[in-house]
Structures are given as C-alpha cells and as structure tokens.
Design a binder for this molecule. Structure first.
Ligand SMILES: Nc1nc2c(ncn2[C@@H]2O[C@H](COP(=O)(O)OP(=O)(O)OP(=O)(O)O)[C@@H](O)[C@H]2O)c(=O)[nH]1
Ligand SMILES: [Zn+2]
Length: 191
C-alpha cells in the first residue's frame, strides 16, 4: 500500500479537543481523530466512521450518521480514543452515485435495491487502510463503537484484541426509520 501520512496537528472542536493525522491512500484521504490522552490509554475506544457528506455535514435526516459522529466525538473526547473518519462516501460508491441511489429511493427502492440497480454491491467499502492506521497508531487492543457486523468481523480478522463492542444508537425519525429498518433486517446491523 502506498500511503502518505501527515504530521499530527491540534484540532479544538465544539465537542472537545483532539489531535488529528491525515492519511492519503491513492485518491482517498482519511483522518485519525485522537483524544489528547490517546497515547496513554491502554484500551482506546475506536469508531470507524464512514463518510456521509449529506448526513455529517448537511444534517440529513435520512440516516443516522451525523448523530453517530457527534456522539462519538463527545464520547471519545471524554473517555479517550480514536475516530477514523473513513472517506468511503456512500458505502464507497461515491457522492454522485449515492445521490442517484437516493433518487431511486425517492421512487420507492430501499437502500440495497438502489445500489444493486446502479450496478454496485450493497456495500462496496473496504477496510484495508484501517489496518494501516491501526499499525501506525500502535493499536493492539480496542473497544469498537459500531452496530455493523462487517466492521466487527473486519477488526476481529486483524492482529488486535477486540475487548468490547459498544453500540452506537441514535434517535429514530420519520425519514430514517425505513433506512434503519433495512439496515437491521437486511444488513444484519445490531440495532
Ligand atoms: N449507497 C448508499 N450509501 C448510503 C446510503 N445511506 C447512507 N449511506 C452511506 O453509508 C455509510 C454509513 O453506513 P451505515 O450503514 O449508516 O453505518 P455503518 O458505518 O455501516 O455502521 P456503524 O458503524 O454502526 O455506523 C456512509 O458512507 C453513508 O454515506 C444509501 O442510501 N445508499
Ligand atoms: Zn448518512
């Protein structure tokens, strides 16, 4: 893997103070967002957050991403750990295709059917860069914040000790209810 890394910089936010480090993997740039005490913690909390511009930045109510991100930032600044902001937008089909998938969902398809209709798998994410970041930041034990069984399986396949899985549960609304049900019933999310 040919990955470029940045230096570590401070990032004060409204959720708390962090230090950040960027990684460039071909044309995807990811971010490690660390609590200030990250190096001193034996078992950090870790969230691998998949990029969702419409949710994270615009506050879309169609998904739970912004709430999950805010929850993780607050929690990790207090309890200590790391968020990897994994820039594989739209389960790695990219923003343009995700908007096309949303247009199909406007016509009644669910999130999986829309991806398939566009010629993609239901989930195109890969987590190779995560291993690189874990090695770089010397993570060998962690508590993983996720509801996604694929992320749990991936972390278990690495040479690290998964001590605990922490759920990331946020409020349901009338716009994300169907999406969350599809994730639960058809994608096996622990919701
Ligand atoms: N293709 C596609 N991607 C979506 C859609 N809704 C959200 N996403 C993307 O899905 C990713 C988030 O996945 P989720 O299933 O919400 O959560 P997760 O990251 O798998 O699991 P958690 O760790 O529990 O949050 C982000 O990359 C979003 O951009 C959609 O309808 N279609
Ligand atoms: Zn989202």
């Amino acid at each position: 893997m040919n990955i470029q890394q940045s230096n570590i910089a401070n990032l004060p936010t409204k959720y708390g103070k962090f230090r950040i480090k960027a990684y460039k993997d071909n044309n995807q740039e990811h971010l490690a967002i660390m609590s200030l005490d990250f190096e001193q913690i034996e078992v950090p909390y870790v969230r691998i957050h998949s990029e969702c511009l419409t949710g994270d930045t615009l506050g879309s109510l169609k998904c739970d991403c912004q709430n999950q991100l805010e929850l993780a930032l607050k929690f990790i600044s207090k309890e200590g750990g790391l968020i990897i902001y994994h820039r594989q937008e739209g389960r790695n089909i990219g923003l343009l295709n995700k908007v096309n998938a949303y247009a199909l969902q406007d016509q009644g398809r669910n999130t999986i059917e829309a991806n398939l209709e566009l010629g993609f798998k239901e989930d195109e994410r890969d987590y190779k860069v995560i291993k690189y970041i874990f090695d770089d930041l010397k993570i060998n034990k962690l508590k993983l914040i996720t509801n996604n069984p694929k992320k749990i399986d991936y972390v278990k396949s690495l040479n690290v000790e998964l001590i605990e899985r922490i759920p990331s549960i946020t409020k349901v609304n009338k716009y994300n209810k169907y999406y969350l049900n599809t994730k639960k019933d058809k994608m096996g999310h622990l919701l």
